[in-house]
Design a protein around this ligand. Sequence first.
Ligand SMILES: [Zn+2]
Length: 334
Amino acid sequence: MSQPSTRLTKLQLLETVIDAIRDSGWSVLFISDQHPFELQIYRDAESLRLRIYIWNITHGGGAARPADEYRIQITGVAQFEQTSGVKTLILGWWAAGGVFAGYDVRKHSGSLGFSPSLQIRRGALELAAQTGFAPSDKGNQEIAIAFRPDFFAQYVRDLETLHDFGQSTEDFAALEAVAQEPEVNAAELPVTTQARRVAVSTVSRKLRDARFRKKVLTAYGHRCAFCGMALNLTDAAHIVPVNHERSVDETFNGLALCALHHRAYDQGLVTVWDDYSVRVNEVEAARLVAAARGAGLGEFRQGLNSSILLPSVVADRPHQEYVILGNAVRGWTV
Ligand SMILES: [Zn+2]
């Protein structure tokens, strides 16, 4: 057949989902690994119960179908089960591009009939592989949404609102504009409801975050700039914080940091200097010791490189002016 190695088994699809949830910064508990999968996902105080139907995405097949029509073929399910308090996801996985497609369960709540299929345009899958997210108009006020694994949790959180963009061509156009160019000024796009206005700017912010995170982690080989640890415990930190007017989502304003050093950097306990040396805040260290909070300080110092790991691409290295400004706004004066 024409789809040799890209069809995953149900358990491989489950693994892909689990990886995606973690990649988007959430944790996961298994409730059931029988299809449809049931998972509890959580981050901080937020928690969501999910029921996940998932199939491989394949080409529509047959000369009668448009060349850019891809689809999932629903098998083994007579009707999508919906329960209050549980978010039901209908997903496709396109292994060739590493993206999911999401469909609106509210549009498919009845009896499904014999082996139906749900479509998505290849163009949307490709755009999502590039930028992280793309809506695809299915007609009848329904849209499918293509998204990269690092956008998984965001898709789940805004599931209903995102699919509701199918109700208005104007709103759909705004969402598509953001997907094509996340840097667009989301506040200036015409959108008909307040909930969708919020969704458009959330998607825009989230796409820029995902893009920044990917660039920074790639530049640093997923290793913490301060200690060298990888272990999927690293994240991208802004040097000039994101709320500052001069902050930019460029690699030269970023550092890959492990969970410990990200927290310590944000709290001003450790920083990078403009000669790329790593410095502990001695005033803060002394204050912690005096307040009987100094335990672990020796190990903390030992765990730090004397200067940061640098990306091999020179243009990706922290720009001096950002390092200086980042330290100034965090209150470093030494
Ligand atoms: Zn570290």
